[in-house]
Design a protein around this ligand. Structure first.
Ligand code: UDP
Ligand code: MG
Length: 321
């Protein structure tokens, strides 16, 4: 059983320009989580290069029971990197990543803890309803998971975000993974372990605005695909083979037709369209290969996923209660 009396639970909160939301979020977290008896709490806020007063707001939080750790990254590295930094800084027996906007309801944590005590090592929070997301995000997310799970080596659960409880053993595995371009949902899924699921309805953002526009989401999707599957490369191979075969068949057809019916004036338009189609496919295949070469290049440089400017740790004002 992973559960110990007086277990320490780390809440990791990546925050990018969350000055409006972060203090309220931390206060709500301490109030709601405090009702779970027999646990100690650690809040790890990772400031992901905010240009507003996120750090000051986070540091102004004076926890009564919890320990507060504020990790300040040197610039915006993106949510995936911020989460990695948070996992590195956390010391809990279990770790729960949560968004800074209270879209991951802290009320769910008591159910997660119960399952953890029953022996689950990963407890996923699954959105039973995505009505708080826009139409486009809902549809594209659904397509993305459908597709990636066809081609990926590990199953990445649908409608599950980064909000989940992970036992220390899981966190250590994810932290030890060597890649520095990190698609966290995929890495978490890759790690495996005994998994349980709790359902919830995702509420609206408590304050501020979403930090993910369409371009960022598309980039994240491509990142996810290329880190967890070689299928796009294989698709390029199949497409190439199929085209080569049809070209061959068409060539044979022309030869036979010429032999049987004699020559006629060949179509210039069809030639051009075939040429355009083929060059388009070549460019596409090159792009796909380039995507992977690029990844290999970025990994080969071995640059860290994030850079930390400073870390603050504060003890609770009323530590021995
Ligand atoms: N976030 C981050 N770095 C970024 C973008 C977002 O740390 O570059 C954090 C953000 O502060 C929030 C979480 O990731 O805590 C989720 O972002 P958001 O709520 O904007 O995404 P959504 O809920 O709309 O998908
Ligand atoms: Mg959000």
């Amino acid at each position: 059983m992973p559960f110990r009396a007086d277990a320490l639970i780390s809440i990791v909160v990546p925050a990018f320009n969350e000055g409006e939301a972060i203090l309220g979020t931390l206060q709500t977290l301490e109030r709601v989580l405090g009702s779970n008896r027999g646990f100690r709490w650690e809040f790890v806020v990772v400031n992901d290069g905010s240009s507003d007063d996120t750090v000051e707001c986070a540091r102004s939080f004076a926890p009564v029971q919890a320990t507060l750790v504020v990790v300040d990254l040197s610039r915006n590295f993106g949510k995936e990197a911020a989460l990695s930094a948070g996992l590195d800084a956390s010391t809990g027996d279990a770790v729960i990543p949560m968004d800074a906007d209270l879209q991951d309801p802290p009320e769910l944590v008591s159910r997660m803890l119960a399952l953890w005590e029953e022996g689950a090592e990963v407890i996923l929070a699954k959105r039973s309803d995505r009505s708080s997301d826009g139409w486009l995000k809902r549809v594209s997310a659904e397509r993305f998971y459908r597709l990636i799970n066809v081609v990926s080596d590990v199953v990445i659960p649908e409608n599950v975000g980064d909000f989940r409880l992970m036992d220390r053993s899981v966190v250590d595995v994810v932290r030890a993974l060597p890649e520095n371009r990190r698609f966290m949902k995929g890495l978490f899924a890759w790690a495996g372990f005994r998994t349980a699921v709790v359902d919830y309805v995702r509420p609206e953002r408590s304050a501020g605005q979403t930090k993910f526009n369409a371009v960022r989401l598309l980039n994240l999707a491509i990142e996810g695909f290329t880190s967890f599957s070689n299928a796009p490369l294989r698709v390029a191979t199949f497409l190439g083979a199929a085209t080569a075969f049809s070209a061959f068949a068409y060539g044979a057809f022309i030869v036979v037709r010429t032999l049987v019916f004699g020559t006629d004036l060949p179509g210039y338009a069809s030639l051009i369209s075939v040429m355009l189609f083929l060059s388009g496919m070549q460019l596409l295949a090159l792009g796909v290969i380039g995507e992977y070469v690029g990844r290999t290049y970025l990994e080969a440089k071995r640059r860290p996923a994030f850079v930390i400017r400073k870390v603050w740790r504060s003890v609770p004002t009323n530590a021995d209660e």
